[in-house]
Design a protein around this ligand. Structure first.
Ligand code: BGC
Length: 526
């Protein structure tokens, strides 16, 4: 009996000792794997750092590349493409205008009734149409026939309030602003040659042809309605126009969304650039010097690039291209986070002894889900836990692991936001609105007589950046980091005059307003 009790006690003690050892081992093991993951985190954070001096170098490099691209087509990694638009809206536009936004495997048609300075945008309606897969691989004629057919169906639904509000002015032609986010070499405000199909299209023909002519022929084939493409634009130009419609101090349009790009009004354009063709960018004298940059292509050794960015780039469909966009676009931020976490799981056993299968799947973590984790302020990071479960099927995580995930999201977003800020300040530097440059507005102001009216007007002038895109609009921390870095980079005087405004839907509303500015039929406005 005593022996039995003894052996039971020994057995119990052994079990307890083993359990305690397991707990200690687990505790040690947990700490040690979190410690290893923390080392990787610190390494990553260090590699992503964007101190002020780095941002300053980047802004300067952007401004220099802008000038190089203006001096000579192809002279810079920034494309610096003239837009050929002749007017920017001022709020007086009137009439019914359409927009067609072809930016991906969906397109959007929109109608907008403009009522002039008092009524502004009276009413608008839109429809999103998915392009059938077969058409992404077919011919340009089939694609444009489909687009024209859906556009006509949409026009047929035009209600009496749109027709009543429109001053037909003796004609029945509807005018349209066309936004295309494929690379286009624009030849006038409503013509442009397709350079390349991107965004999932694998169409055999169409490259080298005028996109407006292809759409126009398809619309003519449909019969029944007469439609004229009044303007062909990039989405950044629509964003700037949409902002300018409300505020004529808007000088810059920026998209910080799935992808990224910017356009601006070039105020320091030397006269010969405006009048001569050949070496310089050929901007006809009757157009506005609005340039869109294709800044997503920018690359500089000053950009804080990590092994993760290199890996992502090497495995992408366009290695070596769009370096800045791959660090800043919402298309990539979630994927960068996933790659960092996958490496931590692989090398530091974050999330357990084996790498969760779904964590290995490229692009499974959307930036939207990442932003939810980043916004999590609960003490136990409950939302991080939920997203890890929902997206990667990781059933259980420790708080220390969730803190690491949160910190990775913060690092990736802070870098993207601060780089975007440096690029915006690069534009301000180029146009002399950053307050540091000797050619800046303030020094030009100083040169004017103190009591001159011109000086008084300029002193009041603000620089407004019209901004669109999901990162700016919906990713709160991104927006805060970006704004803070812009103000860090600017002089106090320039910062006081800078306004960053949300200008929603440049590719839709902005395009229809620009169609009004370039209308052949709308009543003239001043
Ligand atoms: C396109 C640009 C566009 C930007 C924002 C980029 O991928 O090349 O033309 O402005 O996306 O949508």
């Amino acid at each position: 009996m005593t022996q039995m009790l003894l052996s039971t006690a020994v057995a119990c003690a052994t079990v307890a000792a083993v359990a305690a050892a397991v707990m200690v081992w687990q505790k040690f093991h947990k700490h040690s794997h979190c410690d290893q993951a923390l080392v990787l985190l610190y390494e990553f954070r260090h590699a992503c750092a964007t101190p002020l001096y780095v941002l300053r170098h980047i802004s300067e490099h952007v401004a220099l590349e802008m000038q190089a691209g203006l001096n000579q087509p192809g002279g810079s990694q920034l494309m610096m493409l003239p837009t050929f638009i002749e007017k920017l809206p001022n709020g007086c536009e009137k009439g019914l205008f359409y927009a067609l936004d072809l930016s991906g495997t969906n397109f959007r048609v929109l109608r907008c009734l403009l009522g002039g300075p008092n009524a502004r945008v009276i009413k608008q309606e839109y429809e999103v149409v998915a392009i059938p897969r077969a058409l992404l691989l077919g011919t340009s004629e089939e694609l444009f026939d489909f687009i024209a057919q859906r556009l006509i169906s949409f026009i047929k639904l035009e209600g009496p309030e749109f027709q009543r509000g429109h001053n037909w002015n003796g004609h029945q032609i509807r005018e349209l602003g066309l936004t295309i986010s494929f690379p286009i070499c624009q030849t006038s405000h409503n013509t442009g040659i397709l350079i390349k199909w991107t965004e999932g299209f694998k169409i055999a023909d169409g490259v080298g042809k005028d996109v407006v002519a292809m759409l126009q022929s398809a619309m003519d084939r449909q019969k029944g309605f007469q439609i004229r493409v009044a303007v062909l634009i990039n989405d950044t130009v629509g964003t700037m126009a949409g902002g300018h419609y409300w505020n004529d101090d808007v000088m810059v349009g920026v998209i910080l969304g799935t992808n990224t790009n910017a356009c601006y009004v070039e105020c320091n354009l030397p006269e010969d650039i405006q009048t001569k063709s050949g070496k310089m960018v050929n901007i006809p004298f009757y157009t506005l010097p609005v340039i869109y940059m294709e800044w997503g292509r920018f690359w500089s050794s000053h950009l804080p690039r990590t092994y993760i960015d290199e890996q992502l780039d090497n495995e992408s469909v366009n290695p070596g291209d769009r370096g800045f966009e791959k660090m800043t676009g919402a298309m990539y931020l979630g994927e960068i986070v996933r790659r960092v976490l996958a490496r931590m799981a692989q090398e530091a056993n974050l999330f357990g002894d084996s790498v969760p299968t779904k964590l290995k799947q490229p692009f499974i973590l959307l930036t939207l889900e990442m932003s939810k984790m980043h916004a999590d302020e609960s003490p136990d990071l409950r939302i991080v836990d939920k997203v890890l479960k929902d997206v990667f099927d990781i059933k259980r995580t420790e708080l220390s692991e969730r803190r690491i995930v949160h910190s990775v999201c913060d690092t990736v977003t802070m870098r993207a936001a601060r780089l975007a800020a440096a690029f915006i300040v690069g534009i301000l530097k180029k146009i002399g609105r950053d307050g540091w440059d000797a050619t800046g507005v303030s020094s030009r102001l100083m040169a004017l007589p103190r009591d001159s009216e011109h000086r008084a007007r300029l002193e009041l002038k603000r620089t407004v950046v019209a901004m669109d895109g999901i990162l700016y609009e919906h990713y709160h921390r991104f927006r805060i980091y970006m704004q803070a870095a812009v103000y860090e980079l600017l002089s106090e005087a320039a910062a006081r005059k800078l306004v960053i405004e949300l200008s929603k839907d440049g590719s839709g509303t902005g395009a229809s307003i620009l169609a009004a500015c370039h209308s052949e039929f709308a009543p003239s406005y001043s």
